[in-house]
Design a binder for this molecule. Structure first.
Ligand code: AMP
Length: 206
């Protein structure tokens, strides 16, 4: 019998739903979960040494330097036992190389695909829970998961989205090609309700 894969990456452009689907997937499988974007926002909020280094990049809708994020993820991975899912890492070819050097087992990347006009529509309405990182695109003020107060993300302006989408195409699409050449990448249609997309992910992994 072959063991089921335990190491996953969730990638996709801004507002593709990777946080929502990543968290759901990890919860269902009992996996450890790290969203590098949420973690960076927390570090900035706490003004930690990592947060202080990362702040200006997030403010300018740019990726933080590879060495900073690779160190953050490597430190986290070293502490994990069992399966895990990384949401939003790796986002560049050097990050993908670093991850493939660390992983000792099958790595599966879930690539959420959503057209640009739908992404920009979602960005204009979505809010995030600063407590647990959950994302909502409904009219509620409080987080369904933990009751925290939902807030718009500072980087979710129209210009912010366009800049982040550009960086995604320039740096993350090549990283996806690199991962595809050396590991399994599964494309998922990310348009639809949370439940519909979650079912597609399950079916694609059967
Ligand atoms: P996200 O919440 O995934 O949209 O990430 C928010 C922001 O955090 C990104 O726009 C980047 O500035 C930064 N970030 C998150 N993950 C990475 C990464 N793997 N590499 C570089 N920057 C990242």
């Amino acid at each position: 019998m072959t063991a089921s894969p335990k190491f996953f990456v969730m990638l996709g452009p801004p507002a593709s739903g990777k946080g929502t689907q990543g968290r759901l997937f990890a919860e269902e499988r009992g996996f450890n979960y790290l969203s590098t974007g949420s973690q960076l926002r927390r570090e900035i909020e706490e003004s930690s040494p990592i947060g202080q280094r990362a702040k200006r990049y997030l403010e300018h809708h740019q990726y933080v330097p590879d060495d900073l994020i690779i160190e953050l993820v490597t430190d986290w991975l070293e502490k994990q036992e069992g399966g895990w899912l990384l949401d939003g890492f790796p986002r560049s070819v050097p990050q993908a190389k670093a991850l493939l050097e660390i992983v000792t087992g099958e790595l599966i990347t879930l690539d959420l695909q959503v057209p640009a006009d739908e992404l920009s529509r979602r960005v204009s309405i979505r809010r995030e829970c600063p407590e647990c990182g959950s994302v909502a695109t409904n009219v509620r003020d409080t987080c369904e998961r933990c009751g925290g107060k939902l807030e718009s993300r500072a980087d979710d302006s129209k210009e912010g989205f366009q800049e982040r989408y550009k960086v995604y195409r320039e740096l993350t699409l090549p990283a996806l090609d690199y991962l595809r050449s050396l590991s399994r990448v599964v494309e998922i249609d990310g348009v639809g309700s949370r439940e519909e997309v979650a079912i597609r992910i399950k079916e694609a992994l059967r």
